[in-house]
Design a protein around this ligand. Sequence first.
Ligand code: SR1
Ligand code: MG
Length: 411
Amino acid sequence: MSRFDKHFKMTEADAAEYAAERLAIFSGARGLVAREIGDGNINYVFRVVNPENGTSAIVKHADLGTRSGSRVLGVDRNRIEAELLKMEGELAPGLVPRVYDYDPIMACLSMEDLSDHRILRYELIDHKVFPRLAGDLSDFVVKTTVPSLDMVMDPAAKKELVKRYINPPLCQITEQLVYTEPYTGSPERTKVFPPNAEFMARELFEDKELHLAVAKLKYAFMNDAQALIHGDLHTGSVFVLPDSTKVIDPEFAFFGPIGYDLGNVVGNLCFARANAAVTMEPGKAKEAFEAWVDETIVSFVDLFKAKFLDLFRTSARDEMGSTPGYAEWFLGTILAGAAGVAGLEINRRLVGVAQVKDIAGIADPAARTRAERLLVRAAKRYIVARSEYRSGEDFRATMEAAVASAAEDRD
Ligand code: SR1
Ligand code: MG
């Protein structure tokens, strides 16, 4: 009999006791210390340390609802995350934390402590550069998604996986927060920076051509069970060191369009680019950071394209999937989806309920106003003209034009 034979919401003291009882790396240890370090909206994340020898682990614990209690989610997301991390660790070695244990009763996923790493979003806000990023993230997206395509894996086995990773509560969050609420203008479901109230009403809430494009993207997200994707690949889901990249938090994983992962990365790099454009003093540091973000957007997309075609061609087993021209056509549809998602991610982080510090944290109201406007211009182009995006340069050029447009907002 153990206190942990039945699920309850753990405190720090519970987490320390739990880790001592459950995790092999703490076997025989006494006096473990747990601290809750989660900064997300959903789970409880405990860092557990053995002060005697410095051994540590992360215990990610799911309660039935979100932290605020505003949504009931169940706890299956914890299983999905644990299984995905293990799978991703095999497909993309070195790019995810090691899993120590998954406990379906307490809904606890215990894994490698990456406290020596930093969250990419905050590093980008500090205008730091990470030369490995484009290579590592393009590797991650290609290696973790291509193997679960119908052209690559046995379609019957894939359908079993589609069942196993059906993720209704987390998909519902995305369907609402990304694909619906930012276009409603509803005061309960949006959060608009007051100086941009009229701008957002005109550009996002009342633009029917935009709504039609978003509707098409929404039902593609809900119906295109293309591959097993991460589902929430923003810069808060990436830990970095200068020589290391680790993707975390695949709790939103499900069978969906690959462009969702790709577009999330691009959209979040756009936040870094817009932040630099309006907050950095002109000079060498600004030029270097902006050039690195631009180059990272270009290389991320172009490396994805090259690696995708390579892996697809060497691993596609289905006869029709190997038809000459199919891989290139399919890649084109993924890039169009990615452009759409980059735009959706940008818009939802500006006017939706889950905002990002890259923009909401800009202290000068005039600078934040400009950043939001240039981003919305880029986002709308990504969404409405999504079929025109074929290369990294196409994605970069849209941001460059949007940044140039911000000069007009000064007047
Ligand atoms: C209620 S969850 C809000 C956001 O946090 C997650 O990381 C997802 O991006 C979600 O949309
Ligand atoms: Mg998360």
